[in-house]
Design a protein. Structure first.
Length: 165
């Protein structure tokens, strides 16, 4: 799997911890892509769970980098409805997540900025507004966030389809 991941020009990373409610959105999107969608051969979709920080660091070190990287994650933003999909610029990631390497948080924004600015990778972030993320282990997405999975996959497939190869 790692050889395939590091050799594809387009990667989709599903981030999150499936043991903490809506935080499992990213992995659920990757699972849906793998089971119900036909991805082009140029795309690797991977449930990275809580380990994306390590993978981003590895990507910075390899000589051949992907041209495009899609990060799919769950977060809370004031004024949004649970299950609402939205795209974020790297610079728009909330400060509380910007350098967080905890077990179920977003990867370091610094690593994403390096992937984009120094390595030339087109980094896109697709997020879903959570209904809630519990403080204790409680697997399973809320119905609102689960309902956003097909739309997230449609968005990804549309955006991937527009990439010139």
């Amino acid at each position: 799997m790692l050889e395939e991941l590091f050799s594809k020009p387009i990667v989709v990373f599903g981030c999150g911890n499936t043991l903490f409610g809506d935080d499992g959105f990213g992995p659920a999107v990757v699972e849906y892509l793998e089971k119900k969608c036909l991805l082009p051969d140029s795309v690797a979709a991977v449930d990275v769970g809580t380990s994306i920080g390590d993978l981003l660091f590895d990507f910075l070190l390899i000589p051949t980098k992907p041209t495009h990287m899609f990060i799919v994650d769950a977060m809370s933003q004031e004024g949004r409805e649970p299950g609402e999909l939205f795209e974020l610029n790297i610079d728009e990631v909330p400060a509380k997540k910007s350098s967080d390497f905890s077990l179920h948080q977003f990867p370091s924004v610094n690593l994403l900025q390096e992937m984009h600015n120094i390595a030339g990778v087109n980094v896109r972030i697709l997020a879903v507004q959570v209904k809630g993320i519990p403080d204790v282990v409680q697997p399973g997405l809320s119905s609102e966030v689960e309902g956003a999975i097909p739309g997230a996959c449609e968005w990804l497939l549309r955006e991937i389809g527009q990439i010139k190869r």
